[in-house]
Design a protein around this ligand. Structure first.
Ligand code: RIB
Length: 302
């Protein structure tokens, strides 16, 4: 896709690195903390911009320093940030991320300005929908805003992409009916559908439940087991690349953005492979937007 509009969240990430995450009631010593630009929407916009797609973003930040830093970082990769509202008196979104040596993490998000993204804000920016090829959304802004964006994108005949994260079980059918492509991991797929996803057969059945709601393509990311593409007429598995992960934050964001930067509307294989390579590189680096590779790095990855 040449032109992509991201409608979603921006968070400043407080990334804390530790040997292992604490259990309930336990205190552990951490090795250090980094402030890194993040947020699922902003990560995807940043990665799209860095990987060469003409990208615009709609969202909201506060008028604080974090908000300014977030916008500046997106602008370094030529993302058009004019559609991101600066809201006085509200803090920019924040995410608190515990990352253990295995690369696995736990994330808590304070929505801040992201919670102010509403239907009206989306509809007021219809021009962006007219000018794009695809609209990419996640679930860190209020669901009514996501539904409004999906419907507007559909009304303009654009490809509607939903990263259903953080996953929730109350998403209305009205939203699923607009979606062309969704990218849950197995855990998210289980939550979204209320179905088990412990085996590949179960994953397939759950993915088909989303197809039955009107989604055209479900890309289930299976971690080290690759990606399963499911449509009403197709089931195909694509491999992952094995690397030593140090931080999996934003790996899914990087996968989706890299996929979209290469997807021509039909040829899934090459775009999924590009996404798999980009996210394999991202997990070998610390942080969200700091982990996104360049086009050359992805092309040279083996
Ligand atoms: O997907 C990773 C992102 O989730 C982090 O950057 C954090 O901000 C949370 O939104």
């Amino acid at each position: 896709m040449d032109k992509v509009l991201v409608v979603g969240s921006l968070n400043m990430d407080f990334a804390v690195y530790m040997d292992r995450r604490p259990q309930a009631g336990e205190t552990v010593m951490a090795q250090g903390m980094k402030l890194v630009p993040g947020g699922k929407g902003a990560n995807q916009a940043y990665a799209l911009g860095k990987l060469g797609a003409k990208t615009s973003m709609i969202g909201a930040v506060g008028t604080d320093t974090f908000g300014q830093q977030m916008l500046k970082n997106l602008e370094t990769v030529s993302v058009n940030t004019a559609g991101i509202q600066k809201i006085a008196g509200v803090e920019t979104g924040k995410a608190f991320i515990e990352i253990e040596n295995s690369g696995q993490n736990s994330i808590s998000v304070i929505a801040g300005a992201n919670a102010a993204v509403d239907e009206q804000m989306v509809l007021a920016q219809e021009e962006y929908f007219r000018q794009t090829d695809a609209v990419v959304m996640q679930l860190e802004i209020p669901v009514p805003a996501v539904i409004a964006a999906a419907k507007l994108a559909k009304a303009h005949g654009k490809t509607v992409v939903l990263d259903p994260a953080p996953a929730r079980k109350d998403l209305p059918d009205e939203l699923w009916a607009q979606v062309d492509i969704t990218k849950p991991n197995e855990t998210e797929l289980a939550l979204l559908t209320g179905m088990p996803t412990g085996t590949e057969e179960e994953v397939l059945t759950a993915a088909r439940a989303l197809i039955a709601k009107g989604v055209k393509y479900v890309l289930v990311t299976l971690g080290g087991d690759g990606t399963l593409l499911v449509s009403d007429s197709r089931v195909e598995k694509f491999p992952a690349y094995k690397v030593k992960a140090v931080d999996t934050t934003a790996a899914g964001d990087c996968f989706l953005a890299a996929f979209m930067s290469r997807f021509d509307g039909q040829n899934f294989a090459e775009a999924i492979d590009f996404g798999a390579k980009a996210s394999a590189i991202a997990v070998t680096r610390q942080g969200a937007q700091t982990s996104i590779p360049t086009v050359e790095e992805v092309q040279n990855f083996q």
